[in-house]
Write a protein that binds this ligand. Sequence first.
Ligand code: FMN
Length: 208
Amino acid sequence: MWRKLKDKVVNPNKVHQVIRERRSITIFKNKPVEEDAILAILDAARWAPSSNNSQPWEFVVVAEKRRKDAIADLYVEAYKKRADVSKDDKIRGKIYEILPYLEKELKVPPYLIVVCADPRKSKSYLIDTAAAVENMLLAAWELGLGTNWIDLTSTDFAKQFDVKKLKEYLFIPDEIVPVAIVPVGFPEQIPPPPPRWRIKNVLHKGFW
Ligand SMILES: Cc1cc2nc3c(=O)[nH]c(=O)nc-3n(C[C@H](O)[C@H](O)[C@H](O)COP(=O)(O)O)c2cc1C
């Protein structure tokens, strides 16, 4: 029943190829992106699965320089705070090393999509919107566009991010939760794929 495990593309169709080749992009070209591409990305998002088809997502598409810059400043501030609260010298050093480049990650790409969720629509709003975000990253990649997934909910970085200010800047209502920032732009550099566990390391055939 089980084929011999191979960690190569076993199904070379388009979806699988996009899944395998998509990378998180932090260095973008200063080149405009068509509005239609953003609509295609949001179309992919809205077709994500969600519990009871609750579709608790909302998207704020930010293209205005003034607002992108303000969000980039919050991003850098959060990383600085993340470094300052860390007891780990290695983490602090690493963050201070990338600090001069961080603002460009959000200032250069022509669009920032702030993915939000309405917790009143679904108890699993974070999971639902995560599925939508993944669809967005894949749809963008298929169009030749790069993205990144900046989580605002759970990581150590996210805990330092001033979500309240972000909500103020973008007039996001009190009851809505911003869950991620997805920058969208043409990649200037595509990093090599970070390693993944081999299938045999994570597969339990029939029982653990
Ligand atoms: C929940 C989540 C949070 C992430 N947060 C960040 C982030 O704050 N900054 C960043 O540059 N990348 C972030 N990433 C991207 C990951 O670093 C990236 O997906 C991982 O290193 C694998 O690389 P790949 O996406 O190119 O395959 C995040 C990804 C996820 C799923």
